[in-house]
Each structure stands twice: as C-alpha cells, then as structure tokens.
Design a protein around this ligand. Structure first.
Ligand code: HEC
Ligand code: HEC
Length: 152
C-alpha cells in the first residue's frame, strides 16, 4: 500500500515536471529568436592564389572517389557557361604554357565522341566542374568533428 502511494506521488511529480518543461517556449539552436530572419553568413574570400605559380600543393584526398579539392582560386574562371569553361583551357591537357599541371582523369572524357582535333571529347556530365570540385576558404568548422580520412 505504502509502495503504491509513493509510486503515485513520484509519477505525479514526474508528470508535473514534464508538463512544465513542455510549456516552455521553443529555443532556437541558431541563437536567434524563432521568427527572426536568417542573416546571410559573412562572405569569405578564397584563401588561395592563382594556379600554376608553383607555390601551391595539391590537397590530399580524404576518401576514395573524392573529387579533388581545388588548390587555387577560381574567381577568374567562374561562372562556367555553355560557351565559356575556362577550367578546360588548362585541365583538358597536362600542360599549360610549358608547365605541368594535373590533367582531368580518364573518367572525364568520352569513350566514343571525339572533339574537332580528334581527341576524346569532354564528357558532358563533367562539364560543370564546380558541382564536384570546390576551392577553399579559411573558415573554422561550424561544429567539431573527428573525421579521419581513409584513402585506401
Ligand atoms: C591557368 C590554368 C588553370 C585554370 C584556368 C584552372 N586550373 Fe585548376 N589547376 C591548375 C594548376 C597549375 C594546378 C596545380 C596546383 C596549382 O598550381 O595551383 C591545378 C589544380 C587543380 C585541381 C587539383 C587536382 C588534384 O589532383 O588534386 C583541381 C581539382 C582543379 N585544378 C580544378 C579546376 C577547376 C574546376 C577550374 C575552373 C573553375 C580550374 N581548375 C581552372 C591550373 C588551372
Ligand atoms: C560529377 C563530378 C565531377 C565533375 C562534374 C568534374 N569532376 Fe573532376 N573529378 C571528379 C572525381 C570523382 C575525380 C577523382 C577520380 C577521377 O579521376 O575520376 C576527379 C578528378 C579530377 C582531376 C584530377 C585527375 C587525377 O586524378 O589526377 C582534375 C584535374 C579534375 N577532376 C578536373 C575537373 C575539371 C576541370 C572539370 C570540369 C571540366 C571536372 N573535373 C568535372 C569528379 C568530377
């Protein structure tokens, strides 16, 4: 009997606490009042320099199948449009103005279609380079994480 009374009393206390908690107004995780409009984050400038000046290392890949990150600034080469893709001027070959550079992988070229010079044409699914490859800014991660890359 005594046990039952204690159980009922406890259940009442717990229900009251939960009841009170659920009447608290919702708290926003972004640190602003719920109806406040979002502010655009501060625009960051690319941390890198123009390609090919010999100062920039390629960025190590951190998972298998990763599109490599772009180690140079891309401001001058974007936007990519149907008639103008500056990325191709350099990356369609492995050399630009006498300097070696990383050529696009075989996966980026058609196995059937040739361009006007008789070389494999660029695969159209790879034309919009910046859907997969991105330049870098010096931004602090928004949340901590313990990701460790695996590349083999
Ligand atoms: C003027 C020539 C030039 C242009 C234009 C250019 N790149 Fe590059 N790219 C380079 C060079 C040279 C490197 C080697 C690193 C360096 O010197 O910055 C490089 C490196 C890269 C890499 C790294 C490859 C790897 O294996 O890690 C990627 C990805 C890349 N560029 C993508 C792009 C994209 C996308 C564009 C267009 C928005 C572009 N590049 C425009 C010359 C160029
Ligand atoms: C659909 C996603 C995608 C698009 C679009 C794309 N790439 Fe890639 N790229 C990749 C992936 C994944 C790799 C690594 C594996 C490979 O070579 O396929 C890569 C590799 C590369 C490399 C390094 C090649 C190597 O492994 O040494 C260069 C340079 C590159 N891409 C440039 C470009 C350029 C320039 C364009 C636009 C004309 C472009 N990519 C479009 C996904 C993409």
């Amino acid at each position: 009997m005594k046990k039952t009374v204690i159980s009922i009393a406890l259940a009442t206390v717990v229900a009251t606490v939960i009841g009170c908690a659920s009447t608290l107004p919702p708290v926003s995780m972004r640190g602003a009042a719920v109806p406040d409009a979002d502010h655009a984050p501060e625009a960051k400038v690319y941390a890198q320099k123009v390609p090919g000046i010999g100062e920039q290392q390629l960025i190590a890949r951190t998972f298998i199948g990763q599109p490599p990150l772009i180690p140079h600034t891309t401001e001058k080469y974007e936007p990519i449009t149907a008639d103008d893709n500056a990325c191709l001027e350099c990356h369609q070959t492995d050399e630009f103005r006498g300097k070696k550079l990383p050529k696009m992988g075989a996966s980026h070229f058609s196995t059937t279609v040739k361009d006007s010079d008789g070389n494999p044409a660029v695969e159209m699914s790879r034309f919009q380079c910046n859907t997969c490859h991105v330049a870098q800014v010096d931004a602090k991660p928004l949340v901590e994480n313990s990701f460790v890359g695996v590349t083999r």
